[in-house]
Design a binder for this molecule. Structure first.
Ligand SMILES: [Zn+2]
Length: 226
């Protein structure tokens, strides 16, 4: 059986550790530790996991639970357990504060991001309409009519990358802020500074949040099919 303890009870932290384990599995053999061996023994056959809505009393109970409730060829399960700590009122308060600060930082980053991309999102919606009409006009009247439809709309439908000056057709540009030509941000630097700052603040808040006082951990595991 494979079992791994995540020192947090946040599903997002579990998700990121699971990804790390998957990455470690692909590099197995580079280090000859027991841990690596555990991962190697059929770890990939587990695929994903499902979270069980239950909190067990100890790490041992969590391990027993996983052993009894997973089968070969089925995915892993994740279950919460009491880690033996009893939080004081002050620690509970601290945990609450750090959680609130992290959530606030996420909201701020989202707000700054949507402010930055509002203009391009509007243009993109218009681009979809123009492109639709352009495509229909080819079927109806043949290629020459494209000038009638696309050319007047061009200014609205295209965005110039602030870094390399390439013109991007917004109809096809749906991946985000990264320019597919020069791989930098399509917005001018002075406009992205606020977003970069918000992202930094968010990851700092996340680090603090991960170190909050906790009385619950998660164990994830399953039976590897080797
Ligand atoms: Zn560019």
């Amino acid at each position: 059986m494979f079992a791994h303890t995540v020192q947090d009870d946040d599903p997002a932290v579990l998700k990121s550790e699971w990804r790390k384990l998957q990455r470690a599995h692909t590099h197995v053999g580079e280090e000859d530790s027991d841990y690596e061996q555990d991962i190697y023994d059929g770890f990939s056959s587990l695929g994903g996991y499902s979270i069980i809505n239950k909190k067990l009393k100890s790490e041992e109970e969590a391990e027993d639970y996983i052993e009894k409730n997973t089968k070969k060829w089925e995915g892993a399960i994740a279950v919460k357990f009491a880690n033996g700590k009893k939080l004081t009122a002050e620690e509970k308060k601290k945990a609450k504060e750090l959680t609130a600060a992290y959530k606030k930082a996420i909201k701020k980053r989202e707000r700054v991001h949507s402010k930055l991309t509002r203009g391009i999102a509007k243009k993109r919606a218009a681009a979809e309409k123009t492109e639709e009409r352009y495509r229909n006009s080819i079927y109806a009247f043949g290629a020459p009519s494209m000038y009638k439809v696309r050319a007047p709309a061009e200014k609205k439908q295209f965005h110039k990358c602030a870094q390399c000056n390439s013109t991007l057709n917004l109809y096809f540009f749906t991946i985000g802020e990264m320019c597919p030509v020069c791989k930098s941000n399509v917005f001018p630097k002075e406009k992205t500074q606020e977003l970069e700052k918000a992202k930094e603040e968010e990851s700092a808040a996340f680090k603090e949040y991960c170190n909050r006082p906790k009385d619950t951990y998660i164990m994830v595991g399953g039976i590897a099919a080797c």
